[in-house]
Design a protein around this ligand. Structure first.
Ligand code: GLC
Length: 504
């Protein structure tokens, strides 16, 4: 047996439960899914026991070898006809990479076309659906019988787990002692339950919500031992009425129990050296000369492939600008549409991939029709095409109106692609302007949410692009940045231990 010196002895293994509505690769609509998966894995690899709970939606990917166990959850089940007050739920468990995935199966609630709604409208019974999900998580943990150290809920869909822990499970020997952490990935989504639908939440009216209903995110913010969000700048912005989405007062009231931790990137999942979606793989190898050449060749192949498949006109060498994102006003598609004529006028080509509200790219589609060969608009969720855009673009665009953390910029860096971004939230924490700091910059930053400011930053970026030497050095620099989860995972562990100390 090897004896370890005291300093290197591993810390006590924590039992951690994640409560989340999206987890890659099992179910995803946005960046939340990647973060939950990657953080859970990083904690698991650091030796902690992590369970990740996810609803078993109709379109969830079910890993092989699921083990099924039945669970009775004390919530009135509207899907049953006998009006019982206990819902029967199945928990399906399987080993994932670094954590245990546990799907909460309740067909009435989750075997539906969409995860949150249908045809652009939320399901009217979302309050019930996610109340059941959160109660099922607590009951499943309780049934395990081993005391939990940390209950870590994500966004409004998980918020009820921390609320219930206080309201209903405070004296439970397994769940009661756990520290509760709520991470806000986006303040724009609250989970609003109107008064007439609050019944199934089983929360006393005097303590939770108001005469109109219950804001699940607000209740989570009030109840959690510790509240976090996904970057330090967004944490500061969230305290202001302009960005707090009505919750700035609640967040201010939490004082130093509200902190921002910048997300990392899973550098194994996102790696141009092993990425099977790319026409040619590339890495920044140790030998700088060879690395730069390999990167240039890999990126040129990815660009040629995009140009070819989307029928872009690149008769003369021109920069290709890429954007990948949820089609959501947050992401600044309107700024892109308004700035596109100026951007195209400076010779660049555009490739845009998005899924969600298609009307947000109607303007871009119209521009594409009017200027064939200049813009490619891909309206679908396509993991592999996204990877090819990160690699094949010369510059990656993030004109977000707000951005709690942002993942696109970190992926773009990893693929050797400098970023043009608005100075907001996590973009402000990760993108540094190359003109302001030529030695350390990794992109081009603008402040005003205006097409003029965006176009001006693009012009500055294209001036860099036009100088081959300077450009290849910038590329190599962004590719060498380390945004792995090592640092943020430690920050979460420190936050957990802080929250645990508060409970003791
Ligand atoms: C949300 C935010 C995004 C963040 C992601 C993961 O999607 O909009 O900025 O990167 O959550 O935390």
């Amino acid at each position: 047996m090897i004896r370890m010196p005291p300093a290197a002895r591993p810390e006590r293994r924590l039992r951690i439960a994640f409560v989340a509505s999206e987890v890659e690769p099992w179910f995803k609509t946005g960046g939340l899914a990647d973060v939950v998966d990657a953080l859970a894995r990083a904690l698991g690899r650091a030796g902690h026991a992590v369970d990740v709970f996810l609803p078993a939606y109709r379109h969830v990917r079910r890993p092989p070898g699921l083990e099924r166990s039945a669970l009775a959850v004390p919530v009135a089940d509207p899907g049953r006809h006998d009006e019982g007050d206990v819902a029967s739920v199945d928990i399906l468990a399987a080993r994932a990479d670094g954590y245990r995935l546990r799907l909460v199966e309740h067909p009435f609630s989750f075997d539906r076309e969409g995860a949150y709604g249908k045809g652009g409208a939320d399901y009217a019974d979302n309050g019930f659906r996610f109340a059941l999900f959160c109660r099922a998580v607590l009951e499943a943990v309780r049934a395990d019988g081993r005391p939990l150290d940390v209950l870590h809920a994500h966004d409004w869909q998980g918020a009820l787990a921390v609320v219930y822990r206080d309201a209903l499970y405070g004296s439970d020997p397994v769940v009661g002692p756990a520290a509760t952490v709520l991470t806000i990935h986006n303040l724009a989504y609250h989970g609003w339950v109107p008064r007439e639908r609050r019944g199934p939440l089983m929360l006393p009216e005097e303590t939770y919500g108001d005469a109109f209903g219950v804001d699940l995110l607000r209740e989570g913010i009030r109840a959690a031992d510790l509240v976090t969000t996904v970057s330090p700048t967004y944490a500061r912005e969230a305290l202001t009425p302009e960005s707090g989405m009505g919750l700035d007062g609640d967040l201010r009231a939490r004082g130093d129990r509200f902190v921002g931790i910048m997300n990392g990137l899973d550098t194994e999942l996102w790696d141009p050296a092993t990425d099977a979606a790319l026409p040619v793989r590339y890495a920044l190898v140790a030998d700088p000369g060879r690395g730069v050449a390999e990167v240039a060749a890999g990126k040129a192949a990815a660009k040629a492939d995009l140009v070819d498949r989307h029928g872009l006109d690149l008769a003369t060498e021109a920069p290709l600008l890429g954007l990948v994102g949820r089609l959501d006003p947050q992401k600044g598609f309107d700024l892109l549409t308004a700035a596109a004529p100026a951007i195209l006028g400076s010779g660049a080509r555009l490739v845009v991939l998005g899924s969600g509200h298609a009307e947000l790219v109607a303007g871009l589609r119209a521009l594409a029709a009017a200027r064939p060969g200049r813009i490619a608009v891909v309206e679908r969720f396509d993991r592999d095409e996204a990877r090819r855009i990160y690699a094949g673009s010369d510059l990656f665009l993030m004109p977000s109106r707000f951005e709690p953390s942002g993942q696109g910029q970190l992926i773009a860096f990893r693929y050797g692609t400098p970023v043009i971004a608005r100075r907001t939230g996590g973009l402000a924490d990760s993108v540094a302007d190359a003109d302001a700091d030529p030695e350390r910059g990794n992109g081009f930053v603008f402040d005003a949410a205006s097409p003029e400011a965006f176009a001006a930053a693009t012009r500055r970026a294209l001036a860099w692009w036009a100088e081959a030497d300077r450009w290849s050095r910038l590329r190599a620099r962004v590719m060498a940045l380390d945004h792995s989860w090592a640092v943020p995972a430690r920050a979460y562990l420190d936050a957990y231990r802080g929250a645990m100390a508060l409970r003791r």
